[in-house]
Design a protein around this ligand. Structure first.
Ligand code: GDP
Ligand code: MN
Length: 301
């Protein structure tokens, strides 16, 4: 057998195209996971993209909660991988070596004061995850937070169809509307945005190590937020160019990460984590898009 111990991959032949499924392009689905939600797991099991082309990567915090997540995730993986109908190509579970936030309650994790520290820790976790699991045959990376509990089964094909270096879905949340006494939906993720004059002015006034985090009244950037551009009556495939993105459901051509785009855990143009990633990708010459009418749903705690 020639070259038994050498694996050759020609990155020139590795494509990431609008028609990825027909071209048998491999997808690496990446989820940082501080909670295991059965709804998330059921949802990814229903993805209609060929599972033999999808690898899964998880990173779990090294906390007591993380121990519980690991037990639940391993049980779910076992079940899914035992069934030919749902089996994925490969599953990698990483245990974080870096710090994570101890309190994950909604109100604690969203306080402005903890954002820099929390987002920096998330950035380190995301970088460890992608750079430990990406393989020479990975064509696409799908960032899907572990609390995204509902997407169309065609999520991967739908996002690929746009053929963009980075494309972000609009993250909403289902809730019971007390005003109408009916089930309703509302915007959840405000990290998908377009830069504004005011945002640039604030950035220019900051010290080198200071950051802007979007979605806080204390720092009014007046940036157009994709969350507010949702129009139920318009085409779900409408695109809008973005400058900042969240991490809820984002499809990235693997070459963007291979070229070095990562999630800065330090202020990069006064941005960190997913927002800093969008900025870095743009500095590398890539374009960043969002789909305001393409909704995915965040868990409601
Ligand atoms: P939010 O939706 O903006 O409040 O952010 P989340 O707290 O939901 O975090 C985004 C994603 O990262 C989710 O999938 C979480 O389960 C996961 N996550 C949150 N904190 C940590 C952490 O400290 N370590 C790891 N590995 N994952 C985390
Ligand atoms: Mn979340």
């Amino acid at each position: 057998l020639p070259n038994k111990h050498i694996s050759h991959y020609d990155l020139n032949k590795l494509t990431a195209t609008a028609n990825g499924l027909a071209n048998k392009e491999e997808v690496l689905l990446l989820s940082p996971m501080s909670k295991f939600l059965p709804e998330y797991w059921d949802n990814i099991n229903k993805l209609s993209y060929d599972h033999s082309l999808i690898s899964l990567g998880f990173i779990i915090p090294r906390t007591n909660d993380g121990d519980e997540v690991l037990i639940k995730l391993e049980a779910a993986v076992k079940k899914t991988q035992a069934d030919k109908k749902t089996r994925f190509k490969k599953v990698t579970i990483l245990r974080q070596d870096s710090d994570s936030l101890l309190s994950q309650a909604e109100k604690d994790r969203h306080a402005l004061a903890v954002q820099k520290e929390r987002r920096a820790m998330m950035a380190v976790a995301r970088n460890s995850l992608v750079f430990s699991t990406i393989s020479p045959s990975t064509a696409w990376c799908l960032w899907l937070d572990a609390d995204i509990v509902e997407t169309p089964p065609t999520l991967i094909q739908d996002l690929m169809r746009h053929d963009k270096p980075i494309v972000s879905a609009n993250v909403f949340q289902r809730f019971h509307n007390p005003d109408t006494n009916k089930p309703d939906i509302r915007p959840y993720d405000f990290n998908n945005w377009v830069e504004s004059e005011e945002g640039l002015k604030i950035a220019a006034s900051l010290k080198e190590d200071e950051i802007i985090v979007e979605g806080y009244a204390e720092m009014a950037t007046y940036r157009p937020l994709m969350a507010y551009y949702y129009d139920a009556k318009s085409d779900i495939h409408t695109e809008m160019a973005l400058d900042g993105i969240g991490g809820g459901a984002v499809l990235v051509k693997a070459d963007v990460h291979r070229d070095g785009a990562m999630f800065p855990s330090f202020p990069f143009y006064h941005l960190i984590e997913t927002e800093g990633f969008a900025k870095m990708a743009k500095r590398l010459g890539y374009t960043v898009f969002g789909l305001p009418n393409y909704l995915v749903y965040h868990y409601n705690e």
